[in-house]
Design a protein around this ligand. Structure first.
Ligand SMILES: Cc1cc2nc3c(=O)[nH]c(=O)nc-3n(C[C@H](O)[C@H](O)[C@H](O)COP(=O)(O)OP(=O)(O)OC[C@H]3O[C@@H](n4cnc5c(N)ncnc54)[C@H](O)[C@@H]3O)c2cc1C
Length: 553
C-alpha cells in the first residue's frame, strides 16, 4: 500500500465504507490501475473491542458515528430520531448489528420495474454469492435444523449461524418454528430463499474462526491495502468534488480534501471519481459540489454544475414497532446469551392486503404501483419479525418491521459548510399506507407469545389494543431502523433519478455513486447484503467500461 497521499490517481474513491472498500478491492485487482481511498474516519480494523460483534450497541453515539439527527418528524409526534452512520474505515459495516438478510427477488425485480431494466434478481444474485462465504454449523445440527447452503464459498464477507451453532438455543428455536408453522409459516431452509414468507435461521456477518465481526474493513479492505497500487488515507474529509465543465461535458477532475494534519489539498483523478460516502453524505457532497436542485444551490451561492432536483430525494428507511414480552422462568432459557435469536417473515391476510393496496396504493402512481405489485404476490412478506433476548433473559422483545415502506423523505444541505449536518427529513408515516399496515402487523404481533408452542417460554400477553389505539401508539413510539438509502437513486432522470444504470451521475462523464444511496427501493430486510452485492456488480461495470474504453477521460 502506498504510504503518502498522492496528488493524482486513476480511481479516486470518496468514503472507505461498506461499498467503497468493495470497489477499492475489485478495481485494484488490475495491477495497472491506481486506486486511492479517502476515508474521513480512523482505521479500527485490528481493534478487538470494536470488532467484537456483541459490542455494537456501544458504537452508535461513539466517536465512530457521524451521529445524524432527523428534523422533527410530524408522523412521529415531532420526535427527532437519531440515525447512526459509521465514521470509520469500513463505514457502517463496522458499527452495524451484523444481521445478514439477502434481499427478496421481487424487491430487486422492482428495481427493473422502476425503469432500471438491467438490474433485476437475475443480474444481482451472482454478486450476492460473490460477496460472502457462508460457514454452517456441524452437519448434524444443519440436518436437524433443515438448513441448506449451496455455493457461497469464496466471498470476502464471512457469514455464520451463531444462534444455531449453540445447542442451548435449540429448544426456543424449535418452539419458534413450530409456533409459526401452526399459523401456516413454514421454515425456509436455504440462505437464498425462493419462498419469502416463513421462519428462517438467523445469520450474521461474523467470522467463524475468530468470532469477530466480518465487515468491509476485513478481507475486502485488508487485501486491497496490501496491494502496491492502493492507497488508503484515513482521517481524510472530502469537502467537494471538482469538475471541468464546457458546453459538451462535465468531467470530474478530482476532489478537495482536508487531511488529518489540517492540510487541505486537491487530488486529481484521471479515470473516475467514485462517490461512496453513504446515504447521508453522498447527496450532501453532490449538492456542495454543484449537482442538485438549481434553486436550492443558488440560494446558498453554490455554482450549479448539473441541475438535478432528484438529488437528496427518495430517502427511504424502515420503521420498527417493538413489543416487550416477559419470559417464564424455565430451564431452557437459562444461560441464553442476549441478542437476536430468530426471524420470521410474515404477511397480512391476502384480502386485507388487497384492500389496503386498493385504498392507499393508486395504480397510476410510482412507486406506489410497484410496491402494490410486490404486496400482491402471495410469496412476498409484508413485514418481518425479529426475536431478541435481553440481558438476563427475563424479558424478550419482538421487533416488527414492515418490509416496503411507501413514505419518502429527503436530505439537503442547509449551508455550504461540509462539516455541517445536512437537513434530514425522513417524512416518517407521511404515506398513509405505512401506519395502516404497521398497525395491523403490530396488532397481530400480540398473538405470537400466545401461540401454543411458545406459551412455555412467554408469559401470557396483554390483549392487543384496537387499531386506532395502536396507530396512536406508533406515532408516539415507532423507532427508526438504521437502513437509510435511496438519496441518489438509480432511476430514469425524468422520474427523479440521480444515476443511470451504470451508476454514473446524470450529466457527468466520469462520476459514479456506489453505496446505499443508489437503491431505487429499499430491500425487504436489513440492507447490508444488498450494499455488498451492488458494489460487487458496480466494480464489474466500471472494469467493463475501462476495458471497452467507455471511461471518457
Ligand atoms: C447502527 C447501525 C446498525 C445497522 N445494522 C444493520 C444490520 O444488522 N444488518 C444490515 O444489513 N444492515 C445494517 N445497517 C445498515 C448497513 O450497515 C448500511 O446500509 C451499509 O453499511 C451502508 O453502506 P454504504 O457503503 O452505503 O455506507 P457506509 O458504510 O456508511 O460508508 C460511507 C463511508 O463514507 C465515509 N465518508 C462520508 N463522508 C465522507 C467524506 N466527506 N469524506 C471522506 N469519507 C466520507 C464514512 O465515514 C463511511 O466510512 C446498520 C446501520 C447502522 C448505522
Amino acid at each position: 500500500m502506498g504510504s503518502t497521499t498522492p496528488s493524482s490517481t486513476h480511481y479516486l474513491i470518496i468514503g472507505g465504507g461498506t461499498a467503497g472498500l468493495v470497489i477499492a478491492n475489485r478495481l485494484s485487482e488490475d495491477p495497472d490501475v491506481n486506486v486511492l481511498v479517502l476515508e474521513a474516519g480512523p482505521d479500527r480494523s485490528s481493534d478487538p473491542e470494536i470488532q467484537n460483534p456483541d459490542a455494537w450497541h456501544a458504537l452508535p453515539g461513539s466517536e465512530l458515528d457521524w451521529n445524524f439527527k432527523f428534523e422533527p418528524q410530524i408522523g412521529l409526534n415531532n420526535r427527532e430520531p437519531e440515525h447512526p452512520a459509521g465514521k470509520v474505515l469500513g463505514g457502517s459495516s463496522v458499527i452495524n448489528g451484523s444481521v445478514y438478510v439477502p434481499p427478496s427477488p421481487a424487491g430487486i425485480d422492482a428495481w427493473a420495474e422502476l425503469g432500471n431494466t438491467k438490474w433485476n434478481w437475475e443480474t444481482l444474485e451472482p454478486y450476492l454469492r460473490k460477496s460472502v462465504s457462508v460457514t454452517t454449523p456441524e452437519e448434524e445440527i444443519c440436518r436437524a435444523a433443515g438448513v441448506e447452503v449451496h455455493g457461497f464459498q469464496d466471498g470476502p464477507i464471512q457469514v455464520t449461524y451463531p444462534v444455531l451453532a449453540e445447542e442451548k438455543n435449540h429448544s426456543l428455536l424449535r418452539a419458534w418454528e413450530e409456533g409459526f408453522k401452526s399459523k401456516g409459516y413454514e421454515f425456509t431452509s436455504d440462505i437464498l430463499p425462493t419462498r419469502m414468507v416463513g421462519t428462517r435461521a438467523y445469520v450474521a456477518t461474523v467470522d467463524p474462526r475468530s468470532g469477530l465481526r466480518s465487515g468491509a474493513d476485513g478481507r475486502y479492505g485488508a487485501e486491497a491495502a496490501k496491494r502496491e497500487n492502493v492507497t488508503v488515507v484515513t482521517g481524510a474529509m472530502v469537502r467537494r468534488i471538482l469538475f471541468e465543465k464546457d458546453s459538451e461535458s462535465v468531467v470530474a477532475t478530482g476532489v478537495e480534501v482536508a487531511l488529518s494534519d489540517g492540510v487541505v489539498m486537491t487530488i486529481g483523478a484521471t479515470k473516475e471519481v467514485i462517490l461512496a460516502a453513504g446515504a447521508f453524505h453522498t447527496p450532501q457532497l453532490l449538492e456542495l459540489s454543484g449537482i442538485g436542485d438549481k434553486e436550492l444551490l443558488s440560494s446558498l451561492g453554490i455554482e450549479v454544475v448539473v441541475e438535478n432536483p432528484g438529488v437528496g430525494r427518495n430517502f427511504q428507511n424502515h420503521l420498527m414497532g417493538v413489543l416487550p414480552c416477559p419470559l417464564n422462568k424455565v430451564p431452557e432459557l437459562e444461560g441464553l446469551a442476549p441478542g437476536i435469536k430468530a426471524l420470521a417473515f410474515v404477511r397480512l391476510d391476502g384480502e386485507e392486503l388487497a384492500d389496503l393496496a386498493a385504498r392507499f396504493l393508486p395504480d397510476d402512481q410510482v412507486p406506489d404501483k410497484v410496491i402494490r405489485g410486490i404486496l400482491e404476490k402471495p410469496n412476498e412478506a409484508s413485514a418481518f419479525i425479529l426475536l431478541g433476548m435481553m440481558p438476563g433473559a427475563s424479558v424478550a422483545v419482538l421487533v416488527m418491521i414492515p418490509c416496503f415502506p411507501a413514505s419518502r423523505g429527503n436530505i439537503h444541505v442547509a449551508s455550504t459548510d461540509p462539516y455541517a449536518q445536512p437537513k434530514i427529513d425522513a417524512c416518517c408515516f407521511s404515506h398513509a399506507l405505512d401506519v395502516e399496515l404497521m398497525a395491523r402487523h403490530l396488532q397481530k404481533l400480540h398473538e405470537v407469545p400466545a401461540l401454543p408452542a411458545l406459551q412455555h417460554f412467554f408469559q401470557p400477553p396483554a390483549a392487543a389494543p384496537d387499531l386506532e389505539a395502536i396507530k396512536a401508539l406508533l406515532h408516539e413510539s415507532a423507532q427508526t431502523a438504521h437502513h437509510a438509502c435511496g438519496t441518489a437513486a438509480m432511476l430514469p432522470r425524468e422520474t427523479g433519478g440521480v444515476v443511470d444504470q451504470e451508476l454514473k451521475v446524470y450529466g457527468t462523464e466520469n462520476l459514479r455513486v456506489v453505496d446505499a444511496s443508489v437503491f431505487p427501493l429499499l430491500p425487504h430486510g436489513n440492507p447490508v447484503a444488498t450494499v455488498y452485492a451492488v458494489a460487487e456488480r458496480a466494480a464489474d461495470i466500471i472494469k467493463g467500461d475501462a476495458d471497452t474504453g467507455n471511461t471518457t477521460v
